[in-house]
Design a protein around this ligand. Sequence first.
Ligand code: HEC
Ligand code: HEC
Ligand code: HEC
Length: 438
Amino acid sequence: MKNTLKGFGAALCVALPFIAQAPAHSATPAATPAAAQAADPALVQRGAYLAKLGDCVACHTAPKGKPFAGGLPMMTPMGQIYTTNITPDPQTGIGSYTEEDFARAMREGVAKDGHNLYPAMPYPSYAKVNDDDMKALYAFFMSGVAPVQQANRAPDIKWPLNMRWPLKFWNMAFLEKGAYQDKPGKDAAWNRGAYLIQGLGHCGSCHTPRGIAFQEKALDESGSAFLTGGVLDGWFAANLTGEHNVGLGRWNEQDLQAFLKTGANRHASAFGSMTSVINNSTQGMTDADIAAMTTYLKSLPPAGGSGAPPYTYDPQATKVSLNRPANDAGARVYTAYCMHCHGVDGRGFAPMLAPLAGNPNVLEKDPSSLINVTLNGTDDLVVGGVPSPFPMPKFAPVLDDKQIADVLSFVRAGWNNGAPAVTAAEVAKLRKSTQAAR
Ligand code: HEC
Ligand code: HEC
Ligand code: HEC
């Protein structure tokens, strides 16, 4: 995973005046409070599991870098920032953090020296982590992670946009304080699932649409926008509510469990920014935690979507244009470049290759993920140490913007998908932004 835009920067652009420069971005050398005490191995081990649930390694590790030593570039609307060293090195990492310092960074987005963190760090979600889990996470980062001496890189954001104090106002407006509280009337699995999805899993940081200041529009199911899908870094993270066409309405609990455990099922297989979530996080979850998340997600009522009638498969119209593609620009591209993998019937070969017919990502109004995957292909999904044998190739070097728009418009109209056409301008825009990031 690289260059994951955790958009929020507009928060800073939202007309806040500029006064002082932020404090220097480094930890002060000090005693190592936790390393001094012998940590309980069981606690450290539980912390390691929780760090997996929180997917800390995905962001806090640079490509080919040491685990948790930071340095991964993340694009924001204001410029590039870099994740920080969270190994227990006292000079360059978080070795001097007390448990209180650590909990404050996780829940309030404030570093030990008092500077505010950019919400690229998903602290609005981690705010829900309870005290027991925070203690275990802290024990893991102090005693279960090897210290790495590697200085943090300052953000490539120029004054005055690099000032961090306006984030205090952002936090006042958008940060909900307080750990997750069990909801009465819901069973233990539902509450565990809600805790994981809203908290450490930070699923909403991609799957919930963002508002004017790039804040997530809802942080739990009490808000109607919660998990209804959002665009981040050129990928549309799908609707996870019970919506029939673009959401998970047609998935049963086993489908959802298989997807989170293996990255694929009969409806879909993971691509884009979801790949790293499966690779680093969900595949390592216990069956009980996967089942809890599934219980919670399946309880979310349908929301979002276009109000179109429930999808039903229809091979007819598409078959005609695929047999005689001469008059249909999209069908011509499809037969030449896509059909040998995705099929005449658009049904794919699940779970190796997801169907295009009726696929929620295909039916979704926002075509970002479809354009992006066609331009740039898929990154390797690695489940149980085995890379997926059938990646989708990248077509950016082969097809121009109009050809990609034509073939995706064809796919979106085909097999009764009924989704709106894609324009060459939309393809050009994503080609530009995703190629720049590569
Ligand atoms: C989506 C990416 C992302 C994930 C996931 C993430 N972080 Fe961060 N984290 C960041 C970024 C970016 C910063 C630095 C922000 C800044 O410089 O303002 C940061 C900063 C921090 C800091 C402050 C340290 C410092 O000196 O800046 C701590 C502590 C931290 N993260 C811990 C964690 C832990 C523990 C997890 C897993 C539970 C985690 N992070 C998961 C992106 C992430
Ligand atoms: C870094 C961004 C990101 C995070 C974090 C994230 N997702 Fe995703 N997710 C995506 C994207 C992008 C897609 C669409 C591509 C695909 O279908 O794989 C997606 C797709 C999915 C799908 C398939 C939906 C469909 O209709 O095909 C499921 C299920 C899912 N995510 C569940 C989760 C859960 C549960 C979490 C939290 C534990 C989570 N995701 C966290 C980006 C993310
Ligand atoms: C070599 C085989 C192969 C070829 C050729 C191919 N694809 Fe794919 N495609 C895949 C695989 C594998 C995936 C990712 C996993 C999945 O979704 O099943 C994928 C995913 C997709 C997706 C996302 C589907 C989803 O799950 O939401 C779209 C859209 C897509 N391809 C369109 C195209 C188009 C358009 C072409 C032709 C220009 C094409 N593909 C050519 C193998 C292929």
